[in-house]
Design a protein around this ligand. Structure first.
Ligand SMILES: Nc1ncnc2c1ncn2[C@@H]1O[C@H](COP(=O)(O)OP(=O)(O)OP(=O)(O)O)[C@@H](O)[C@H]1O
Length: 604
């Protein structure tokens, strides 16, 4: 039975919600004399033990009272609260954050009003949020911390203020049209159309037709929102300083010419970057050498500890730090370890600049690591083009890949519809080979990928998959054995740690195979892909796991099963049982060749 206190709160919630409604039929429930679970209250779903309420779904019941958030969130086990299409008034109060487990909150098509509470941002399990078609009139809460949010509907309210930065990389649907929002639309990376933002006279910028007026350089900004803008605006400041620099330089060089002939020119200019700290930028340029280095050094410390270093890729050997800062930057997303910006250079070359955060690595180690990472050359590996490293800031520059990620292809608007079996097998084979190479090349340096997931597999101009963001901060994936193991490892046990990072990559690759085979998200509403596949296979309903799209195209069940076997070996709970990426690459290549043979024999 449900706890008495929770039951009492639910009865109160309903009393307020249905005030003014005619008496309900006798099967309505929602009274103190029956239990929400065993008493079958209308709209209530409980867990299998009938002990806790999991869902309340009361859509279209003509409820016309007010929403008592405090009472309903006494039910902390609540996962779904859906009250759409009623006439409910009142506000959503701060106490909504007590509903910690909520994954779905639907209150659209009601008469709710007032402020949206900041505490909404604490619902970090939230996947779907619908507050559309109400009278909410506050600013949008900052939901960027909810990285798993898939849909957000807030259209047809009176919301005002700017749009906070959302994590658009996972968002499948987003709508804030017909409100009073203003300011620039944050970078949506072509994932959303104008419809998502229309009907807000004060909004501007892509994908809306009206461009934003030129932005003035920042005056003193409040701390929270300033860091990203500093990155954008420091470009303008720098441009001014750069012109100044040229003038100064001309004067200085005139004097110096007489003294000595040197092929090294050193320039120094003070600039104000990041939180008003005085820093200086110096550039060293060697005649006849196409490598350029730019250093930002703190005036306070005076230590020459940081620089923008262009790596061996020929594409940007003339890239200058100024070019990077001057160019407009658009936020593409915020991952666990930093933000990603798209920067368009004057010559049209598009770069993706990753601004790393919270990585406690010394500048020396960081530089060494970048040099090593630069050695990996493979058509299916995306190397960084340049990096920048100072005490406060670490940037990595990649070429922008316009064709999106494997995650987008599988779970984006098309849901993998046009991603056929042959292509999926090819992607699996290419990625396996490239990952095997990364392991081979970097094993001795103690570097593995560290964060392998479908978001980090990008498609280049030729729609070839490329492994990106390797060798950075090691991220925990859902490989529990890895977590358990690393936490018990001694810190100095480097080779062991290395081994488990490599095995964690194999696990990550196994999960990518599962995504390719099932078309399902890795995590969704408490759903875990690996656990689900295991349970389906255990029940011997194996064919049920495959993506409907693959079944519909009559892909070879035999070969899908073979690939599934490889995936299951990769996600083996015990890391030592997992194959090496070399072995995986061979197994997948065999499956691919088998597929190609069968296609050519069918064609005959
Ligand atoms: N070079 C690139 N070109 C185009 N898109 C990119 C590039 N690098 C990453 N992306 C895409 O931009 C989005 C944001 O990238 P970001 O690296 O910030 O997120 P993430 O990979 O999910 O996070 P993290 O790696 O920090 O865990 C992702 O959807 C990713 O697929």
């Amino acid at each position: 039975e449900v706890e008495e206190e929770v039951k009492r709160a639910l009865v109160q919630f309903m009393e307020k919600l249905s005030v003014g409604n005619a008496a309900r039929d006798p099967n309505w429930g929602w009274n103190r004399s029956s239990d929400p679970c065993s008493g079958k209250w209308v709209g209530v779903t409980c867990d299998s033990r009938q002990k806790s309420v999991r869902k309340i779904v009361l859509d279209g019941f003509n409820l016309s009272g007010i929403l008592d958030t405090t009472s309903v969130c006494k039910t902390q086990s609540l996962v779904v609260l859906s009250l759409e299409e009623n006439n409910i008034a009142g506000t959503v109060s701060q106490e909504i954050s007590n509903c910690k487990q909520l994954t779905h909150l639907y209150v659209g098509r009601n008469k709710l009003s007032g402020n949206l509470p900041d505490s909404l941002s604490k619902l970090n399990n939230l996947k779907r949020l619908d507050i559309s078609n109400n009278n909410f009139s506050s600013e949008l809460p900052d939901l960027s911390r909810i990285s798993g949010l898939l849909t957000f509907f807030a259209e047809n309210n009176q919301l005002r203020g700017g749009i906070p930065e959302f994590d658009f990389s996972n968002l499948l649907q987003f709508n804030v049209s017909n409100n009073n929002l203003s300011g620039p639309v944050p970078g949506v990376n072509g994932r959303l159309g104008a419809d998502s933002f229309s009907g807000n006279p004060g909004l501007c910028g892509k994908p809306l037709p009206n461009a934003c007026p030129p932005t003035p350089p920042p005056i003193k900004e409040s701390k929270g929102s300033s860091t990203n803008q500093v990155f954008l605006f420091s470009g303008y400041i720098l441009l001014g300083l750069f012109i100044l620099l040229l003038v100064v330089l001309k004067l200085v060089s005139k004097n110096k010419q007489k003294e000595e002939k040197t092929d090294v020119i050193k320039k120094e200019v003070a600039l104000d970057i990041n939180s008003n700290k005085r820093s200086s930028i110096s550039s060293v340029h060697r005649a006849g050498d196409n490598r350029s280095e730019y250093s930002i050094t703190s005036v306070d410390s005076g230590a020459a500890s940081s620089s923008l270093v262009v790596l061996t890729s020929s594409k940007v050997n003339k890239l200058k730090f100024e070019d990077l800062l001057r160019a407009p930057a658009e936020l593409l997303g915020r991952g666990k370890h930093g933000s990603l910006y798209r920067v368009v250079l004057d010559d049209g070359l598009m770069l993706a600049v990753k601004r790393l955060r919270d990585w406690s690595i010394s500048s020396e180690d960081f530089k060494n690591r970048m040099q090593k990472i630069d050695h990996v050359k493979h058509p299916n590996v995306l190397p960084p083009l340049a990096y920048y490293c100072s005490k406060q800031e670490k940037l990595l520059v990649y070429e922008y890949q316009p064709n999106g990620s494997l995650f987008n292809l599988l779970h984006g608007s098309e849901n993998g519809q046009s991603f056929d079996w042959g292509s999926r097998l090819r992607v699996a084979a290419c990625v396996a080979k490239a990952l095997a190479l990364i392991h081979e090349e970097l094993r001795e340096d103690g570097i593995a990928h560290g964060n392998l997931k479908s978001n980090n597999i990008l498609f280049n101009n030729n729609m070839e998959p490329c492994i990106s963001e390797y060798g950075l901060i090691v991220t925990e994936n859902h490989d529990q054995s890895f977590l358990a193991q690393t936490s018990s490892l001694k810190i100095n046990d480097i080779s062991n740690q290395m081994c488990s990072t490599i095995k964690a990559d194999v696990y990550g690759f196994g999960v990518i195979l599962l995504e390719l085979l099932t078309g399902k998200l890795v995590q969704n509403n408490g759903f875990n892909l690996a656990t689900w596949v295991h349970s389906v296979v255990r029940e011997e309903w194996t064919v049920e796991v495959f993506d409907e799209v693959l079944i519909a195209e009559a892909a070879s069940e035999e070969r899908m099963l073979k690939l599934l076997q490889v995936a299951l070996r990769c996600i083996n709970q015990s890391p030592n049982e997992r194959p090496s990426m070399n072995q995986v690459a061979v197994m997948i290549n065999n499956i691919k060749e088998e597929e190609e043979r069968s296609i050519s024999s069918e064609a005959r």
